[in-house]
Ligand binder design. Structure first.
Ligand code: ADP
Ligand code: MG
Length: 226
């Protein structure tokens, strides 16, 4: 099989497409729209309300911050213009061959506890949902829990209890406790979503920010089989 054929077997949806599907599935996501010019980005930022976040949208880039493709905390039109151009320059330098769809303009979510809710397809068990704490907890410590889809509320509750770092969710060092019901709800909705959409091969809400009340996914990635 040629490399091209292999690539055709699965498709990475854009963050914008992924968030639209997740929003329809009842999962809270940051409002996100596509801009293809600097003026459009400024206009959309004004409609969304400051502060905003800008990110590269490219089918060839799945780790956007690695290539300088994410700018957070933009407070006004000037910051949006600068970020728009900086992102394009950064990406051009890091990935000169990447095809660029545009720039995503999105609502900036307030700081919260970062968690990951995801789904992968296990060769043996089929679709499994995954939960972990964001950042180094997942990337370095591999502190995650898994369940085979579909999951029930009891499974989702256990998934949260199983991770080593679960105390972080109870609030430490002056940080507020995280809304576990909102995490459970997201896990259940991801499970329902992938059950209804068997062509979804991989899904990540990475990260989802969790608050004393509520939670919101600020990044989303979906891979579907063609
Ligand atoms: P990557 O493709 O590198 O994973 P992300 O979209 O996850 O890019 O952005 C990197 C980081 O920027 C996130 O982990 C989060 O901390 C922050 N971030 C991204 N989008 C938002 C947003 N809309 N509101 C607040 N913080 C955000
Ligand atoms: Mg991310």
């Amino acid at each position: 099989m040629s490399a091209d054929q292999a690539r055709n077997e699965s498709r990475l949806l854009s963050e914008i497409e992924a968030k639209q599907l997740l929003h329809k599935a009842g999962i809270p996501v940051t409002r996100t729209v596509l801009a293809t010019t600097e003026e459009e980005a400024i206009d959309q930022a004004g409609q969304i309300g400051y502060p905003v976040v800008l990110k590269i949208v490219s089918p060839d880039i799945s780790h956007k911050s690695d290539v300088g493709g994410v700018k957070v905390g933009l407070e006004d039109a000037g910051a949006v213009s600068a970020a728009y151009n900086e992102i394009l320059v950064n990406v051009q330098k890091a990935e000169p061959d990447a095809s660029i769809t545009g720039i995503a303009v999105q609502q900036m979510a307030p700081a919260g506890t970062e968690v990951i809710v995801g789904m992968t397809t296990d060769p043996q068990f089929g679709p499994v949902v995954m939960f972990g704490l964001g950042g180094i907890m997942v990337e370095i410590l591999k502190d995650v829990s898994f369940r085979v889809v579909p999951v029930e509320e009891r499974d989702a509750t256990q998934m949260i209890d199983e991770i080593q770092g679960k105390a972080i969710l109870d609030g430490v060092r002056g940080q507020p406790p995280a809304d576990k019901a909102a995490i459970i709800d997201a896990i259940l909705k991801v499970s329902e979503f992938v059950t209804r959409n068997p062509d979804v091969r991989e899904l990540d809400l990475n990260p989802m920010l969790v608050y004393r009340e509520g939670a919101i996914a600020v990044d989303a990635r979906i891979i579907i089989s063609d």
